[in-house]
Design a protein around this ligand. Sequence first.
Ligand code: NAP
Length: 440
Amino acid sequence: MGSRETSDAIASAHTTFYSWSKLTASERSKALRKWYDLIISNKEELALLMTLEQGKPIKEALGEVNYGASFIEYFAEEAKRIYGDIIPPTLSDRRLLVLKQPVGVVGAITPWNFPLAMITRKVGPALACGCTVVVKPSEFTPLTALAAADLALQAGIPAGALNVVMGNAPEIGDALLQSTQVRKITFTGSTAVGKKLMAGSADTVKKVSLELGGNAPCIVFDDADIDVAIKGSLAAKFRNSGQTCVCANRILVQEGIYEKFASAFIKAVQSLQVGNGLEESTSQGPLINEAAVQKVEKFIKDATSKGAHIMLGGKRHSLGMTFYEPTVVGNVSNDMLLFREEAFGPVAPLVPFKTEEDAIHMANDTNAGLAAYIFTKSIPRSWRVSEALEYGLVGVNEGLISTEVAPFGGVKQSGLGREGSKYGVDEYLELKYICMGNLN
Ligand code: NAP
């Protein structure tokens, strides 16, 4: 599909906006709840589809279906709680009201690494508010998106309320950006494309929310519980074979615990099973494509040429294709690509540090600001460091922190706006102030 099909989808979303937004919150809520029920009753099939087209292990795919569905359930409930305000007036014959109204047609562009959840995290709140949506999923994972949209239709969500277009990304993107009927762009993906979309939204002054790339530090202090730190950093690093925006991209380890942590961590990484995602024992699937493997190879070459050493893995897996060995790299420093950019693969760079101040400085020494993790048994340190980190999400002694009930999003160049939670609806609403005068 290209611009013509996108324009058709926008027109359909625009027409449907007038009927969908006029439904009561309860009616929209019921349709969303039905969609949630259908996703859950088809979760095995959706997970299978996801593993087949994306490669993540079936257990993780099932986890994503539940996680993705949770946004539909949550926003089905939240639809009924989109309250306005009454402001005490400054003149006695007036009443001042604030209404929350849906922003209109939303263009949602999503990546391949979470083929369902990145869609539902946007579409759930948008539909709950009364918006209609044109979704463009990644060219690598169109099938999960289409299956989810089909279930939405079965749930009674009108065809025009949720439209899916796929094909030529720049053409579809431009059609969404240029349309005056599209009032909001919501994007999850790379920082480079996010910046283009933000610039492109200026012409028609659209509302924009962006969930972009991360460069997550995972800080392990001398006083950490080592088992908790290993479990947490392993989960934060190797989920989805390292292909998530919140994956620990740099594991900063305090000098006093560095050797002990490194050897326990390597042992844990050795236990990860690489293989076909459909096999129950697999914990690491392939990378998404050849370009992703080449990126990892480039980062490893850069690091070793600057003095880092491979402690485990460091090459393509013997299975071939786009499988890569779970890798641990030691003595990584801030001049290496592994430190500065998202590797988006199964590579754990270990970076030694001396003091808490050093760790905070190293962690914040990046344009990204999505997720950060800290491992320590000290409560005062947990607070101090959490507050000092320039990140939108902080996991303390925990590597898996995403949930539909908490706000997800980044600061600095990791994005704008929040998804999920009670804050997630704000992105799809406009405030209207109504001043009622001459009431005496
Ligand atoms: P990407 O290349 O930016 O692609 C994301 C989406 O944008 C895809 O649907 C892609 O379409 C589309 N796209 C590409 N160029 C476009 C253009 N000129 N106009 C309109 N759309 C365009 O990112 P990715 O490689 O799929 O995803 C990985 C990135 O996403 C990583 O940086 C990761 O950190 C980030 N991410 C962030 C979050 C978060 O919540 N912050 C969550 C997940 C992922 P095609 O695929 O069809 O080309």
